[in-house]
Design a protein around this ligand. Structure first.
Ligand code: DHB
Ligand code: MG
Length: 219
């Protein structure tokens, strides 16, 4: 087998089939998102399950998500926090938030999810912590702002998950002119340099191409 994007996708499909399975509410959320014309850039099923496991392993009850999109990852985490948990999720686009609201409610976890519509940089200062886990999956240009707020709204022990750190390997191209690449690289440098964090990152290949995720602990 050659290591090609097609092979990565097939392998991801096998892993999802074998380890994640099918779920009507999650799949309905993806259908609703597609039918509404939202970009299909939600986390892969295996990554949704990773978020679920990280929430449960850390015992997180208060989760903050930056970047709701159609609510797919939100549903994963809202289930994981359990009936007494809470997810606050920030979405810049009101149309996306409406799609997410309907899917989250249809999944039966609407009472645990508070969607705040607005740009992260505007909404974050209005939130009260503490959050036990923060998932950052929004505009990459603002990653350092989001990481700063994740630390401020967290506590020692808060888990931070930062999506899309791979960017097809572009992060090592010093001459890149892509602002998403710059934002991703700046976020990773902050995780490495800022004493509030202990972090690592894992590259992934799969349904989303060559990508990856950073994991950090607020220390
Ligand atoms: C992009 C954003 C994402 O959150 C993602 O998972 C994949 C791609 C993007 O903006 O390019
Ligand atoms: Mg993402």
């Amino acid at each position: 087998m050659e290591s090609t994007p097609a092979a990565w996708s097939q392998t991801d499909a096998f892993l999802a089939e074998t380890l994640v399975g099918h779920d009507p509410a999650l799949e309905a959320a993806l259908t609703a998102q597609r039918e509404a014309g939202l970009p299909e850039i939600e986390v892969a099923p295996v990554a949704g399950k990773l978020l679920d496991l990280l929430v449960r392993i850390s015992g997180a009850r208060r989760v903050l998500e930056i970047g709701t999109l159609g609510g797919y990852s939100t549903i994963w985490m809202a289930r994981a926090v359990g009936p007494h948990g809470r997810v606050v999720t920030i979405e810049a686009e009101a149309d996306n938030a409406a799609v997410a609201r309907a899917s989250i409610d249809a999944a039966g976890v609407g009472d645990r999810v508070d969607i705040r519509v607005g740009r992260g940089a505007d909404v974050l200062p209005t939130l009260d912590g503490e959050f036990d886990l923060v998932f950052i999956d929004a505009d990459k240009e603002s990653n350092t702002i989001y990481l700063d707020w994740a630390a401020r709204l967290g506590r020692p022990g808060t888990v931070i998950v930062l999506d899309n750190i791979g960017r097809e390997g572009e992060i090592v191209r010093e001459d890149s002119t892509d602002s998403k690449v710059d934002g991703t690289r700046d976020g990773l440098r902050m995780l490495g340099d800022d004493p509030r964090f202990d972090a690592t990152a894992l590259q992934t290949v799969g349904a989303k191409g060559w990508d990856g995720v950073a994991l950090a602990l607020v220390v």
